[in-house]
Design a protein. Sequence first.
Length: 208
Amino acid sequence: MSLHVWLTFIVAALLISLSPGPGAISCMASGMRYGYRRTLANIIGMQLGIALQLVVVGVGLGTLLAASTLAFELVRGFGVAYLCYLGWQQFRAEAMPVEIGSDSHSPGTFRALVTQGFLVNASNPKATIFLLAVLPQFIDAQAPALPQYLICMATLTATDLVIMSAYALFASRVLRLLREPHHLRWMNRGFGGMFMLAAGFLALFRRA
């Protein structure tokens, strides 16, 4: 992969990460509820989900997902159901502010947050179709494919870590200033509604 192609892919990766979606919602909801340090577990899980998406595209399973209506609908159905579940959990979350340096009252464990982040990205067939359409444009068919896919994976992971960290920091530093119970209650309901909205968009997504 040439330097010019790689720099172009960095721009594409930044645009992919910046685009609003379930990942950004998950990071901000976790950042507000648990604080930035604990939300890093959620972000790590999201990178594992991205890695799985790239492996799926790289080994050709993405083509199967794009071609098979049944496979696509099964993955999408799980993704929609999981986003609805996250929305309901966030909607009914306790209106309790996160104290700086305090983790004791929060039910979110490292494993649970990693799993949440992973499932948010891994269960999104829209992302698979998108990568399937975009990624081949940056792969040189005359050169070994594996090093190029590894470069793309490292680039996507690095850019997504930065962007998702920014979302989480914003939520943990700015939204946590809203400490009144009624403010927190409406924030939780707002994020819950955004999860539900993301589920709706995923349910309506149609392949070209």
